[in-house]
Design a protein around this ligand. Structure first.
Ligand code: C2E
Ligand code: CA
Ligand code: CA
Length: 757
């Protein structure tokens, strides 16, 4: 059971692990996808900004070239108002240019667009922020742009672009300088590239590492544009690049790579940065985003995955828990089924076998087994059907439960056998319990307007007194039970002396099975004489001469035959043998006499008893009036409602009925009145003591009086002396049977006996 449970949970853990791996993989893929998306977006932004920057500068250079061409055409451009006009027109077409001016090689401005007062403009050589780039312009044939700075006269952050205009000889005629508004040039395409404002865009000059443009809104422009990027910050970025992309900065510049990487700034904040280099204008263009924004984005999706993961796991957990629970229940049911009797729900035999080790071990506390066997239960099944038998067993189990101590274990050990294991060991207490059980079991059962009655015989064995294994203890209880059965509705505690008797019983039972086939059974006849001295009849008595056991008396083998279910067969054999021999005798002698045949309880209760009995008589062709059946008072423990009509039936057929062993058992006068009895046989035990015992005399007188009263003949059996006969005759006894006249005789001896008389 535990194994299946373990397996189920193992499967669950495998599922859970599978989902965990799936979840981890999905999360990883998701992270990668999000990261890649960010990289792609950022790199697109970088590309866009790089392209825009390039085209911006290219356009501006073209404009400067056009303006330059105008200026060259006009020799007096320094003072000519037309030059101003040209500059103003240029300005109109270029929203990003705030001002455009002509400058002399010494750095002084000669004319300026947009109506500014040129005298208020600084000398570009004297101004720190423009000096380097102005000098570079003088040396260069291309457009040169300077550092971004705040140009006070026009109150703007600008990027200055300049070009030296030379004549045919290469002499510088003038220098055109224009102020590009950072806000309207880089700012506007930066804005286009990142409307989300989550990325920060920067353009850095390679020659001095000043920011050309920085998109951060919160940044202090003065600070940002007036100092170059610190060397250690640059190194950190370089390190991140070489680490992730394995390229040197020179290679980077040469190939104008566009790459992305994660880097940490001086404050320890991490960024996803995308970077490229523009060889033409020597600019580093980068877009970066704080890594935690990327992470947040990921976590938002991750949370959904996580919720799904937890949900699926929870569902699976519940599912498996349900399966495990159902499985546990099924197992419990199976165990219950295996260890319980389905009809009564009591424990069964295999439960006892499995759990006996709990009771049986060295030094275990003593306990007792009460072995209960129902008397005549089979009749109920046979006569009324199994439905009635089952009902009775269920009801009976309830009754046993009700009177058994709570800590005792009750089992249905077999068909009509029950066992109780209890820690009671005192003989009196055990017997008291046994009798309570017998009383409650033998109370009538009412079912479908029928009243059923069973009896119970109980055998008791004790641990450790009677054995130390289950088999031995059960056998001891069984032996004691067998002893009880003889008396019926009785309880008996095992004694060693019972053991021998039991073994004998087993032996008899075994040998008896072969007795008929081996012709070991025969019948003897004991004459019955009436008070006039004439022959009344004979009683047929069974004899068994066993090859192995020798002569076994009938009061030993008849009960065994009864208990082992052989009585019907043996009874039928005795009947036919008797009828056959009596017929022979009567024919031989030419006389008729009465023949008494003993009928055991089992035989009598057999369903087709009368039918078989009549058939046998018919087959022989004997007169039914010459047959007497002997029954005992034991019969009336059985169902009287069944017996009474049957007895009347028998009598109606002409067969006489004799009540054997009368006076030993229990028969109320009331009942006797109702019974169709022809003859009372006074038990031998009374005759034995009749001469000296006054009580026995009184008893015999009473029996005879009852007999007379109910119109029955009275026969005294076991008559051995003359005195007995005299006394019995004086009491009015009708018939005698005993050694005084004859012992039971074989057929031939009986013929001789009859011939002599
Ligand atoms: P029972 O029916 O009471 O039979 C009388 C028994 O008393 C017989 O014993 C008989 O031999 C014995 N007996 C008769 N007169 C005297 C006497 O003067 N002195 C002494 N000491 N004994 C006397 P048996 O034949 O051993 O039978 C014993 C019992 O076995 C019978 O008691 C009867 O209950 C049973 N039995 C015998 N044959 C049959 C049979 O064919 N069918 C059935 N069902 N039971 C039988
Ligand atoms: Ca008899
Ligand atoms: Ca008798």
């Amino acid at each position: 059971m535990a194994k299946i449970q373990q397996n189920i949970w193992f499967i669950f853990y495998v599922f859970a692990l599978f989902f965990l791996i799936l979840f981890a993989t999905l999360s990883y893929i998701n992270w990668k996808t999000i990261y890649k998306d960010y990289v792609i977006t950022q790199e697109n932004k970088v590309r866009l900004i790089a392209d825009s920057t390039r085209s911006l500068f290219k356009t501006q250079e073209t404009i400067l070239n056009i303006v330059g061409a105008h200026v060259l055409e006009d020799n007096n451009h320094q003072t000519n108002p037309d030059a101003i006009m040209t500059l103003n027109t240029t300005l109109l077409d270029n929203p990003s240019i705030d001002a455009i001016a002509l400058v002399k090689t010494d750095g002084t401005m000669t004319s300026v667009s947009g109506g500014y007062d040129v005298t208020k403009f600084p000398n570009l050589l004297e101004q720190e922020s423009s000096r380097d780039s102005f000098l570079a312009t003088l040396k260069s044939h291309k457009m040169v742009f300077g550092r971004t700075y705040y140009f006070k006269p026009i109150e703007q952050w600008i990027v200055p672009i300049r070009k030296a205009i030379r004549d045919k000889n290469g002499r510088i005629v003038t220098i055109i300088t224009a102020a590009l508004r950072v806000k309207d040039s880089f700012g506007s395409f930066g804005m286009n590239a990142d409307q989300s404002h989550r990325h920060s865009i920067s353009i850095v000059r390679d020659e001095d590492f000043y920011f050309q443009y920085l998109s951060d809104d919160e940044i202090d422009n003065t600070l940002a544009y007036s100092t170059p990027i610190k060397p250690n910050e640059r190194e950190a970025i370089q390190e991140a690049i070489t680490l992730t992309h394995h390229i040197t900065m020179d290679e980077f510049r040469e190939h104008e790579y566009l790459i992305s990487f994660i880097n940490t700034d001086l404050k320890g904040k991490r960024y996803l940065t995308s970077l490229t280099y523009d060889k033409t204008y020597k600019l580093w263009i980068s877009v970066r985003i704080p890594l935690n924004i990327v992470l947040q984005d990921f976590l938002q999706k991750f949370a959904i995955y996580f919720a799904i993961f937890v949900f699926i796991n929870a569902i699976f957990f519940l599912l498996f828990k349900t399966i495990a629970k159902a499985d546990a229940k099924r197992n419990a049911d199976l165990i219950f089924q295996a260890t319980h009797d389905q009809l009564t729900n009591l424990f069964n035999r295999s439960y006892l076998q499995k759990n006996i080790s709990d009771w049986l071990f060295e030094g275990a506390p003593p306990f007792s087994i009460l072995y209960i066997d129902l008397d005549h239960f089979k009749n109920i099944n046979d006569n009324f059907g199994h439905q009635y038998g089952d009902y009775l067993l269920v009801e009976l189990a309830k009754r046993i439960k009700a009177v058994t101590p709570k800590n005792a274990t009750i089992l249905r050990h077999g068909g009509d056998e029950f066992a109780i294991v209890t820690n009671i060991t005192k003989d009196e207490t055990l017997l008291a319990l046994a009798h309570t059980l017998i009383d409650t079991i033998s109370k009538p059962y009412h079912f479908h307007q029928l009243t059923l009655i069973v009896g119970a015989s109980i055998g008791i064995s004790k641990f450790p007194d009677h054995g130390n294994s289950l088999d031995i203890l059960l056998r001891a209880a069984d032996i004691a039970m067998y002893e009880s059965k003889k008396i019926q509705n009785h309880a008996q505690i095992f004694q060693d002396s019972l053991q021998d008797e039991y073994l004998k019983h087993v032996k008899i039972e075994h040998e008896l099975r072969k007795a008929i086939e081996h012709h070991e059974l025969f019948v003897v006849y004991q004459p019955q004489i009436d008070h006039t001295g004439s022959i009344h009849g004979v009683e047929a008595l069974a004899r068994w001469k066993s090859a192995t056991l020798g002569i076994v008396p009938p009061d030993q083998f008849i009960p065994v035959a009864e208990a082992s279910g052989q009585m019907v067969k043996i009874g039928y054999f005795i009947l036919s043998r008797t009828l056959q021999e009596i017929q022979e005798i009567q024919t031989t002698l030419g006389i008729t006499f009465q023949t008494s045949i003993n009928i055991s309880v089992r035989q009598f209760m057999e369903e087709d008893f009368l039918e078989q009995f009549l058939n046998a008589i018919h087959d022989i062709g004997m007169n039914k009036d010459l047959i007497t059946i002997e029954i005992t008072e034991n019969l009336f423990i059985e169902d009287v409602d069944y017996i009474l009509p049957l007895l009347h039936n028998i009598q109606q057929c002409g067969i006489q009925i004799s009540m054997d062993d009368f006076g030993t058992g229990y028969s109320s006068l009331n009942m006797l009145r109702k019974l169709p009895i022809d003859e009372l046989k006074i038990d031998k035990s009374f005759i034995d003591t009749i001469v000296e015992d006054k009580t026995a005399q009184k008893m015999v007188q009473n029996i005879i009086a009852i007999g007379k009263n109910f119109n029955m003949s009275v026969l005294a059996e076991g008559v051995e002396t003359n005195e007995q006969i005299a006394l019995l005759t004086s009491f009015g006894c009708d018939r005698f049977q005993g050694y005084y006249f004859a012992k039971p005789l074989p057929k031939d001896d009986l013929i001789t006996f009859f011939q002599k008389r």
